[in-house]
Design a protein around this ligand. Structure first.
Ligand SMILES: [Zn+2]
Length: 366
């Protein structure tokens, strides 16, 4: 395939290319990545568009038919001292996932007509987000959820008109059911390259909102890995294009119950609990398909990982709310890690820190 497309969809492991836009996994079993051939240029930003689509020029696989609900360009606030928050819970469906859902649904519908059903597996936020963008695009969504899914997120998925299927067993069983759904195209957010690729906009926004300077550290919660990888992809693109001059230190924040990346990075064995009983109910991917890629990427950029326990998460969650910031407990995990690193003097107040707050408190019942 000639390179005039401006991008390549390439296997992260064997390098095989894919051009059909609905393949979500390579024959070798590894996930695909979008490799951009164009450099980032500030002149190509659509400055009158205050959504992720101000960066449309850097999404060559999406033609004119964007499926958008006005996602993106969320505020960055200085919270205290040298600590800043990116308020990415201020999104149409209440979570950062809308970045990926918008590019994913736009990508599949602008290149392939005649799709009616798509299937997705999710424990909440991604399911609600995909359901919303499918509703906007006139697609029917089948969302497969674990049997313990409940509360506002499940209600939200149903309200958007998606068909909800409850699957017993482990998180992997829920994925398998979605992948094998009849008459559907699987658009699982953990797998499909268009989803992860939409998260690049988060890095672009952070850099642009800070006048193309970067923070010393960026802390973010990690589960399936799309947020982590998307942010790194975006910063790498800016770095390779000479727009920024350093990669921020990326710190992956996990719970002590669900911490496969942390353990892999520290060289210790991760033993998953029989049952996950964490208040951070959005962080439940114990065996992420993107683990290898996350690990390799974090090694390359000299990133780090940290874990916090339930008490630390609850304390951080309450402390944020007491200062006016109402996020879901999974988002508070990154703030809990910040407090821990500060206490252990692994982080100094002189260093600038940005925490990405990913999900709204209105979606939780804790
Ligand atoms: Zn491959």
């Amino acid at each position: 395939m000639p390179n005039c497309m401006g991008y390549i969809v390439k296997c992260s492991k064997c390098g095989k290319e894919s051009w059909d836009n609905i393949s979500w996994k390579c024959e070798c079993g590894a996930p695909f990545n979008i490799v951009l051939e164009e450099k980032f240029s500030i002149d190509l930003i659509d400055k009158k568009n205050y959504s992720i689509w101000r960066y449309k020029k850097f999404y060559p696989y999406i033609r004119d038919s964007m499926v958008t609900l006005g996602e993106g360009f969320t505020p960055i606030i200085k919270f205290e001292n040298n600590l800043w928050f990116k308020l990415d819970f201020l999104m149409p469906t209440g979570s950062y996932k809308d970045r990926g859902s918008s590019t994913l649904i736009s990508g599949i519908t602008s290149n392939l007509k005649g799709i009616r059903y798509v299937s997705e597996d999710s424990s909440g936020n991604a399911g609600a987000s995909i359901a919303a963008y499918c509703a906007k695009a006139g697609l029917k969504a089948k969302i497969f959820v674990p049997e313990n899914a409940s509360g506002p997120k499940l209600f939200q998925i149903k309200k958007y008109g998606a068909e909800v299927y409850t699957v017993k067993g482990r998180r992997e069983d829920v994925s398998a059911a979605a992948q094998n759904a009849r008459d559907s195209i699987y658009v699982g957010h953990s797998w499909h390259p268009y989803f992860k690729d939409g998260i690049r906009t988060l890095a672009y926004e952070i850099a642009e909102q800070m006048d193309w300077k970067t923070f010393d550290n960026i802390l973010l919660p990690v589960s399936a890995g799309t947020l982590l990888l998307g942010v790194i992809l975006g910063f790498n693109h800016l770095l390779d294009s000479g727009i920024i001059d350093k990669m921020p230190k990326i710190i992956a924040c996990q719970t002590s119950q669900v911490s496969p990346l942390y353990h892999k990075m520290k060289g210790s064995r991760y033993v998953q609990p029989e049952k996950i009983l964490s208040v951070a109910d959005a962080l439940i991917t114990t065996n992420p398909p993107l683990l290898e890629e996350m690990y390799n990427m974090m090694k390359k950029i000299d990133g780090d990982a940290e874990i916090v326990d339930e008490n630390e998460i609850i304390k951080a969650h309450n402390s944020l709310a007491k200062k006016g910031v109402y996020v879901e407990p999974s988002s508070a995990v990154a703030y809990a890690v910040y407090l821990k690193l500060l206490k252990e003097k692994k982080l100094s107040e002189r260093e600038s820190v940005l925490i990405i707050l990913t999900g709204s408190g209105l979606k939780s019942m804790i």
